[in-house]
Write a protein that binds this ligand. Structure first.
Ligand code: SF4
Length: 228
């Protein structure tokens, strides 16, 4: 799925954590082509599309992809039941929302019922991710929900990692909490768009930065680590 130019020109929820750690991350990443692994991203897209389209398990030929879909669906079903019981809300998959013109995010799964919403983000490849309570991408997605849905009071968010143990982690946010965090994310975004933002090296942000191989700050940090 190609991202539109409008989306690519701005921050996304998935880039806000790195941008909070290094204000230069966004502009630096845009200046240089990504030299890292592309196969993983393509595989992740296929697995996301299986969930977006709810492809029947028997139609998924590849064993790992089928396992991914099965475990993701079991995890989501458990979370849905905890939040909604046997009630069914309005479901949207891959909805994109904007926070003014500052940043956007695409929600893998969203189910709304009254003042409550359940959102889910799938991490469909192996490897572990920051659990839901500390996950900035999930927080940013929850902020997008309250920004665009004034009726919502509670956001239940789940990070689904089908190849991890446990296969999901959860967090519940109140509107008040998210409104406070929205102010912080606004500052992060404005700093990222400012002239000559600071470079702050660190493993979490630099490993996803396309400028890593030319960045003097990252190089200095690496040399310091090697000389310790
Ligand atoms: S390589 Fe690291 S320090 Fe340099 S701009 Fe990218 S994230 Fe910032």
């Amino acid at each position: 799925m190609e991202r539109s130019e409008e989306v690519q020109a701005k921050l996304s929820a998935s880039k806000l954590e790195a941008s909070s750690l290094c204000p230069a991350f966004f502009q630096a990443s845009k200046k240089f082509a990504w030299n890292g692994d592309r196969d993983s991203a393509s595989e992740g897209t296929i697995r996301h599309e299986n969930e977006e389209n709810q492809v029947p398990l028997e139609d998924i030929d590849d064993d790992e992809r089928r396992k991914c879909a099965y475990r993701s669906r079991v995890a989501l079903a458990e979370c849905r039941e905890k939040v909604f019981g046997d009630k069914v809300g309005i479901v949207a998959r891959e909805a994109r929302y904007w926070y003014e013109d500052l940043w956007s995010g695409q929600l893998d799964y969203m189910e709304t019922l009254g003042v409550n919403v359940l959102i889910a983000d799938y991490k469909t490849l192996h490897g572990s991710h920051t659990p839901a309570p500390q996950n900035v991408q999930l927080l940013a997605q929850a902020v997008l929900v309250i920004k665009n849905h004034p009726e919502i009071e509670n956001v239940y968010a789940v990070l689904i990692e089908p190849f991890n143990d446990p296969t999901y982690t959860t967090v519940k946010y109140s509107r008040k909490y998210l409104e406070e965090k929205a102010m912080w994310l606004e500052e992060v975004a404005k700093r990222a768009y400012s002239d000559n933002p600071d470079q702050v090296a660190g493993s979490k942000q630099c490993k996803w930065c396309s400028a890593l191989y030319v960045c003097p700050t990252a190089r200095t940090a690496m040399v310091e680590i090697l000389n310790k």
